[in-house]
Design a protein around this ligand. Structure first.
Ligand code: G3P
Ligand code: MG
Length: 352
């Protein structure tokens, strides 16, 4: 298929290891490569540009559908990345699509959160921008926010009036929220009223976060507040104005299920290295001796790999959240290196 045209020939030896790369603080800082990432990733392809080592990106970040993220990464890094190799914080939301298929859900965060949700099969999605724009005066600070003066286009499938009678059944924090004050206000309205702001009360709609990262590394020298910080702010405020404590679910690393899913995806990449035996037989037979997680955040990437256990081996880089000399005291990695280039060098020297 188109996505795997770069995969290697069937004669190749079965790989007994795979690699999961964190993105922010390991592969990129903002939109720029870091730690020699393009060169490190090129080593995973043969001289004809075919993939020779199974690898995925395992990021808590997101905001765009996997296919769009894959082509954006391919462009920045100068390699051909398949959408199947991109596992984002919000990727598990796909499993919730059948539960909320036709229900009104609100999606928040930078990028294109509604496009992400529609791609996963949600049919009645409004971004929090669209939703808020339906309610006059919902954000008393809006007149002071010069950047919100442009008109928000409301999804035509949901007429304006519906939001006054149709309860929001769930809110999804897809990626890092942009306007914290407005989003906290509107989410408190939705959650405390049972999905009808300014109106009735009812049971709290479901609330899902794509990750719980307190901080992450971008182009600024010190860490930036992440979705976990937003969750703390929302939870603390909600619990101060409402009698029932906030009920929510957070996905993403360090949950072991994320690493177990990455193993399944890596296993599914391997049969494509061979054409001789049906793919499903390879799939069942494939056994990785070692899976490497290369991350920059001890409490997220390293803790997750350690909690998941065999076959995960954790490698901590110094290009992101972690900047220490020695290993991290609370969540020590199996190996600490300066950069992703050094990590890949270690892996290939050991395995090949
Ligand atoms: O918003 C992105 C961030 O929280 C983490 O991304 O790639 O370091 O898991 P990553
Ligand atoms: Mg990171």
């Amino acid at each position: 298929s188109r996505s795997f045209s770069q995969l290697s020939s069937p004669s190749q030896q079965r790989p007994s290891f795979g690699i999961a790369f964190d993105i922010d603080g390991v592969i990129l800082l903002g939109n720029s490569p870091v730690g020699g990432s393009p060169a490190a990733l090129r080593r995973l392809y043969d001289s004809t540009g075919r993939l020779r080592i199974p690898y995925v990106f395992l990021t808590n970040g997101g905001g765009f559908p996997e296919a769009k993220r894959a082509s954006e990464l391919s462009q920045i890094l100068g390699i051909n990345i398949s959408p199947a190799q991109v596992l984002q914080g919000h990727s598990p939301f796909r499993q919730l699509a059948s539960r909320f298929e036709n229900e009104l859900v609100v999606a928040a965060g930078k990028g294109e959160p509604a496009a992400v949700m529609s791609e996963y099969g949600f049919k009645n999605v409004l971004t929090i921008d669209e939703y808020a724009s339906c309610f006059e005066h919902i954000d008393p600070l809006a007149p002071y926010k010069k950047w919100t003066t442009k008109n928000v286009k409301v999804n035509e499938s949901t007429p304006r009036n519906d939001v006054f009678s149709e309860r929001v059944q769930a809110a999804f924090i897809v990626s890092d929220p942009v306007d914290w004050s407005r989003d906290i206000q509107v989410l408190c309205d939705i959650l405390k009223t049972g999905g009808l702001p300014g109106r009735n009360t009812g049971p709290q709609p479901s609330l899902y976060f794509a990750n719980d990262d307190l901080e992450y590394q971008t182009a600024f020298p010190s860490e930036r507040l992440g979705m976990g910080a937003f969750r703390i702010a929302l939870e603390s405020i909600f619990n101060s104005i409402h009698s029932q404590p906030l009920d929510y679910t957070s996905f993403g690393k360090p949950n072991p299920s994320v690493f177990q899913n990455a193993e399944i995806v890596l296993r599914q990449l391997v049969p494509l290295f061979y054409n001789d035996v049906p793919a499903k037989n390879h799939n069942n037979a494939q056994h990785f001796k070692t899976l490497y997680m290369i991350g920059d955040n001890p409490a997220v990437d390293i803790r997750g790999a350690r909690q998941t256990g065999v076959p995960w081996f954790s490698i901590l880089t110094r290009t992101g959240v972690f900047k220490g000399k020695e290993n991290h005291h609370k969540f020590p990695a199996d190996l600490v290196v300066d950069s992703v280039e050094e990590a890949v060098d270690y892996i290939l020297t050991k395995e090949c």
